[in-house]
Design a binder for this molecule. Structure first.
Ligand code: PLP
Ligand code: COI
Length: 362
């Protein structure tokens, strides 16, 4: 049986003018809509108390398990307003399936995919006025789940909260669509075999921050991680997958090894780039192949992809003692640009949705 979601509307939603000013320049992850969804899980009750309710702080006991042992997972996907005013999400079931896989890895209870999708739908319908119009704007949905039991023993929690919040989104990078620079992390890895790299769990991001900080200190925007065993194979960035465009017009992305997050944007690009006429390969990519290929011209373009960043060109790769730039480091390469446009066109309803990726919400 699917979850019953009660709706308790806010009595003090933000005034229209305030919302309009946020939607005019939303940035990323800074402002949240008037409501949120919560549902609770206990061993005896299963998932229950599902509701849309006014957005508000959560009160947590200082012994709440997640604050100590990081039993927490999250997702990210977007809702788009099409030209006719309708609102659609992009592949929400795929996010729901990944959420369930992350839950299994973190010993959290699984939320059925249909409930995951219905929870987001209920929030979007309640806060429909917060879905921006036009351009490349969207409403970013952030479902998450964490151990809310107040208990310091180390074991899977018996009291878990599922929550969905939403935030109007523009460009993830403040400078807009311009090539970002990447710092190669040689001291830190993101994920090891048998670890949690393929799960979207909070701890992965916590562990990436010192490397991201190093990237910023080195004058770069983002950090790239290598595999933890040989320190040789390119995995991904802290929050995005990577693609390489070769001089024969084929495109390559690191294969899924269990330590890389299986990006839904990554998977969609495999399909779309094929339809644009590119040969797409999933295989291991060595860091030397990146360095040498960028220098020789064998690699013509590099781009990163993810829900928040969509498709973002990568220009410079820097490491201790060297750097190399793909393209002119300033403009967006033609393949990156075509893939980016094709993806955005499907999401915004400007290109036929041949794969049934769009889910109508309202
Ligand atoms: N890799 C990591 C580590 C991420 O956090 C994300 C973002 O969600 C991605 C890749 C891209 O995944 P998706 O395309 O599903 O957003
Ligand atoms: C996303 O793209 O949805 C992400 O989760 C990346 C980052 C904001 C954590």
């Amino acid at each position: 049986m699917s979850l019953d979601i009660a709706v308790h509307a806010s009595t003090s939603p933000r005034p229209d003018e305030e919302r309009a000013s946020v939607l005019a320049a939303p940035g990323f992850g800074q402002t949240f809509t008037d409501h949120m969804v919560t549902a609770r899980w206990t061993p005896d009750g299963g998932w229950h108390e599902a509701q849309v309710r006014p957005y508000a702080p959560l009160q947590l006991d200082p012994a709440t398990a997640v604050l100590h042992y990081a039993q927490a997972i999250f997702e990210g996907f977007k809702a788009y307003r099409h030209a006719d005013g309708s609102v659609w999400t992009f592949r929400p079931e795929a996010n729901g399936e990944r959420f369930a896989r992350s839950a299994r890895r973190l010993a959290l209870p699984e939320l059925p995919v249909e409930d995951f999708v219905a929870a987001a739908d209920a929030l979007i319908r309640t806060d429909e006025a917060w879905v921006p119009e036009g351009g490349e704007k969207s409403l970013y949905l952030r479902p998450f789940m964490f151990a809310q039991e107040a208990f310091l023993g180390v074991r899977p929690a018996k009291d878990v909260l599922f929550c969905v919040i939403a935030s109007p989104a523009g460009a993830y990078f403040a400078r807009g669509v311009r090539p970002v620079s990447i710092w190669l992390s040689e001291d830190y890895t993101r994920a090891a075999p048998g670890g949690t790299g393929a799960a979207k769990c909070a701890g992965n991001y916590a562990a990436s921050l010192v490397a991201q900080q190093e990237a910023i200190e080195q004058g770069c925007d983002q950090v790239a991680f290598l595999d933890a065993v040989e320190r040789r194979w390119v995995e991904e960035l802290g929050g995005m997958n990577l693609y390489f465009v070769l001089d024969d017009d084929s495109i390559v992305t690191p294969e899924l090894t269990g330590t890389i997050l299986e990006g839904i944007t990554r998977a969609s690009i495999i399909q779309l780039a094929g339809e644009l006429g590119h040969k797409v390969e999933e295989r291991r990519v060595g860091i030397d192949e990146w360095r040498e290929g960028a220098a020789s011209g064998r690699i013509r373009e590099v781009f990163a992809c993810g829900t928040a960043a969509v498709v973002t060109p990568v220009g410079r790769l820097a490491w201790r003692g060297g750097e190399v730039t793909t393209g002119d480091g300033e403009t967006v390469g033609p393949v990156t640009s075509a893939v980016r446009q094709a993806l955005l066109d499907v999401q915004h309803g400007r290109r036929p949705d041949e794969h049934g990726w769009l889910h109508r919400v309202c």
